[in-house]
Design a protein around this ligand. Structure first.
Ligand code: GLY
Length: 424
C-alpha cells in the first residue's frame, strides 16, 4: 500500500516513522515533507495547502491512503476534494473541520449539545470587546476565532493586557483573517489535558492521554506556543476521570456532530481543563496534536495504517489498540525568540549521537545542507524518550537533549512536572 502524509513538521515525521512500521505499507510519500522525513519517505515538493496538486499527485501515483497532518488543508476542504475524486483520505470533511476552524462555531455546537465548556462572548469589532473588558473579571482569555498555529490564545491578567491582545488580533491583524473575530472567554482554573480519539463517526477509539506544556517558559510562564513538550501516561489522572473525559466530552462531541448533520471522521482532539466542576472543553482540534502525537505514537503498539484505514472505511469496530505501559516524555527544542521572531540557520550539533533504542528525535524545523543540519523553524526538534516511569523517561529525554546543541536553543526543563507532583 502506498501512503501520502501531508505536512512537514515533527508530528508528520512521527506519523511517517510509525506508518512505515506497518507490514502493509510498501511506500510512504510526504508532501512537502522535510530533509529529515526524506530519510524515511519520498518527499514531493507540493505545499500542504495546494489541494488540487495534492489530489492530482495522489491520483497519478495511485496512493491508497492520504493522511493529513496539519489543520489548514482540512479546514480548506481537502477531504471533500479527495472524496469527490474517489481518493481515500484520513481526516474530517470541511464542515466538520470547522470545530477547529472557527472557535465561535465550536462554542455554538457545545452550547447546543450541552457539552461542558467555559463561558464566552464573541466580537467582530474591537470597540465593543474593549467596552466589555472594562467591567469583566480577570484573568480572561482572548482567542482569535480562526487558525493561528496555536498562537492565537492570550491569557490576560489585566485590562491593559486584554486590550492589547484584542488590538493585536483585530487592529494590527497579527493573525490575519483568523483574528477578525475574537472570543473573550472565562479563564478556567485547573489542569489541562489533551484528549485524542480516532473515530469513524460511530466507533470511537480513544488514544492514550497526553499533557502538553503550552507556555514558552518553565513554570508555565511566558507566552503561549504551539506546545513545548508532552508526556504520557498521566499518573495523576485516575480511571474515573478518564472515563468521564471519554463519556462526557469525546462521545458527546461525536454524537453532537452526527446530530449537526456533519459526522466527524478522523482524529478528534479535545483540549480539556479539569476544573472543580468537572472536565470542560477549552477547544477542539480536528487532527493529531503536535507535540502530543510524538508521545502518543511512541506508546502505540499496533499498526497505524490499519487503524486509520479502518476509520476511513467506517470499520473501526474491528480494531483494538494496545499501549506500551512505559512512560514517554517529549521535549521540544525551540529557536530562541519562538513563538515571536526567531532566527534560522544555526548549525545543529549532536544529532549523530547514539541515543539508544528508547529515544527518537523527530524534526520539526530543520534543514540539511552538505550533510550538516541547521535550524529552520520555531520548534526545531522533538526529543522523545521511553522510560520505566515518568521520572525515568524524563531522565532519558533530558540526557538526550544534553547531547544536542544549537545557538539560542531554548527548551523547557520541567516537562512532566504535574505528573511528577501528582504521582508522589
Ligand atoms: N499541542 C497543541 C496542538 O497541537 O494544537
Amino acid at each position: 500500500m502506498k501512503v501520502l502524509v501531508i505536512g512537514s513538521g515533527a508530528r508528520e515525521h512521527a506519523l511517517v516513522w510509525k506508518l512505515r512500521q506497518s507490514p502493509k505499507v510498501t511506500k510512504v510519500f510526504a508532501a512537502p515533507g522535510s530533509d529529515a522525513i526524506a530519510g524515511l519517505a519520498e518527499c514531493v515538493n507540493i505545499k500542504a495547502t495546494a489541494l488540487n496538486e495534492l489530489a492530482t499527485f495522489a491520483r497519478d501515483n495511485k496512493i491508497d491512503l492520504t493522511v493529513v497532518g496539519p489543520e489548514d488543508p482540512l479546514v480548506a476542504g481537502i477531504t471533500d476534494l479527495f472524496q469527490r475524486k474517489h481518493l481515500r483520505i484520513y481526516g474530517p470533511v470541511q464542515k466538520a473541520a470547522r470545530l477547529e476552524g472557527s472557535k465561535a462555531w465550536a462554542k455554538e455546537v457545545m452550547s447546543r449539545h450541552g457539552i461542558q465548556t467555559g463561558g464566552h462572548k464573541t466580537y467582530d469589532t474591537p470597540q465593543p470587546a474593549i467596552e466589555y473588558l472594562k467591567n469583566c473579571d480577570y484573568p480572561v482569555v482572548i482567542k482569535a476565532d480562526g487558525l493561528a498555529a496555536g498562537k492565537g490564545v492570550t491569557v490576560c491578567k489585566t485590562f491593559e493586557q486584554a486590550e492589547a491582545a484584542v488590538n493585536e488580533a483585530m487592529v494590527k491583524n497579527r493573525f490575519g483573517d483568523a483574528g477578525r473575530k475574537v472570543l473573550i472567554e472565562d479563564f478556567l482554573q485547573g489542569e489541562e489535558i489533551s484528549v485524542h480519539a480516532i473515530t469513524d463517526g460511530h466507533t470511537i477509539l480513544p488514544l492514550c492521554l497526553a499533557q502538553d506544556h503550552k507556555a514558552a517558559l518553565d513554570g508555565d510562564q511566558g507566552e503561549n506556543t504551539g506546545g513545548m513538550g508532552t508526556y504520557s501516561p498521566l499518573p495523576q489522572i485516575n480511571d474515573d476521570v478518564m472515563a468521564q473525559l471519554e463519556r462526557d466530552i469525546i462521545v458527546q462531541t461525536v454524537h453532537a456532530m452526527n446530530r449537526e448533520g456533519v459526522p466527524f471522521v478522523g482524529t478528534l482532539f479535545a483540549g480539556c481543563m479539569l476544573t472543580r466542576q468537572g472536565p470542560k472543553v477549552l477547544e477542539y482540534n480536528v487532527r493529531f496534536g503536535d507535540p502530543e502525537t510524538q508521545s502518543i505514537l511512541m506508546r502505540l503498539r499496533g499498526d497505524l495504517f490499519e487503524i486509520l484505514s479502518a476509520a476511513v472505511d467506517r470499520k473501526l469496530e474491528n480494531v483494538t489498540v494496545d499501549w506500551d505501559p512505559r512512560s514517554v516524555v517529549t521535549v521540544v527544542l525551540a529557536s530562541g525568540g519562538y513563538p515571536r521572531d526567531f532566527e534560522k540557520g544555526y548549525k545543529i550539533k549532536g544529532l549523530d549521537s547514539s541515543f539508544g533504542p528508547d529515544v527518537q528525535v523527530f524534526h520539526g524545523g530543520t534543514k540539511k545542507v552538505d550533510g550538516q543540519w541547521y535550524t529552520n523553524g520555531g520548534r526545531v526538534l522533538s526529543v522523545c524518550a521511553l522510560g520505566s516511569d515518568l521520572e525515568d523517561a524524563r531522565r532519558k529525554a533530558y540526557a538526550a537533549v544534553e547531547k544536542i546543541h544549537f545557538d539560542k536553543m531554548h527548551f523547557r526543563k520541567d516537562i512532566g512536572w504535574r505528573g511528577l507532583k501528582g504521582a508522589k
